[in-house]
Ligand binder design. Structure first.
Ligand code: HEC
Length: 147
């Protein structure tokens, strides 16, 4: 390798390493504090507290706040029915209902031992997170394909 090539490869390595480092720092930056959402009902407001208490936002994001492992829950109320959410959050093994896309690394833990009242409020909160575009196109039917 000629001297000029070494310099180019050296610089490339340094730039790549810096980019990886910046990416790492940004990805692992501490989560922003969850703002208080305006929610539809008293149950949904209670459910928001349940969401905080159970640290769902360690893995999930709502309004761009929270962790990355579990995915975004914005609009979940338009993608899943209340029955589905209740079943999922009661399951001993949520993987049996929704097989993990990111298995091995992160999985939805079971919240089967959560008090029923908490679960009902939590479901009300999640169901209140609507996706306006999806609502216009096709509101959830809560049946058929099991969603
Ligand atoms: C340890 C990380 C983690 C925690 C904590 C967590 N989840 Fe999850 N959750 C996941 C992952 C990962 C998935 C995606 C399915 C899978 O891979 O198992 C998921 C999936 C979901 C889904 C289905 C999403 C969809 O698109 O259908 C809902 C709803 C949900 N979680 C709600 C909650 C609620 C509510 C809490 C708090 C009570 C919570 N999660 C806590 C990791 C987590």
């Amino acid at each position: 390798m000629r001297k000029g090539e070494k310099v180019v490869w050296g610089l490339t390595a340094i730039i790549t390493a810096s980019a990886l480092y910046v990416g790492y720092v940004v990805y692992n930056a501490p989560a922003k504090v969850m703002p208080t959402y305006q929610v539809e009902s008293a149950a949904a407001a209670q459910g928001e507290a349940v969401y905080r208490r159970n640290a769902c936002d360690a893995c999930h994001r709502i309004w761009d706040v929270g962790g990355h492992q579990g995915g975004v829950l914005d609009g979940i109320g338009s993608r899943r029915s209340e029955q589905w959410l209740t079943a999922y959050l009661s399951a001993d093994n949520p993987q049996a209902i929704l097989p993990s896309q990111v298995k091995k690394f992160f999985q939805m833990p079971s919240f089967a031992s959560m008090p029923e009242t908490d679960r009902a409020d939590l479901v009300a909160f999640l169901f209140s997170l609507k996706d306006r575009q999806l609502e216009v196109a096709a509101p959830p039917q809560g049946g058929g394909d099991g969603r």
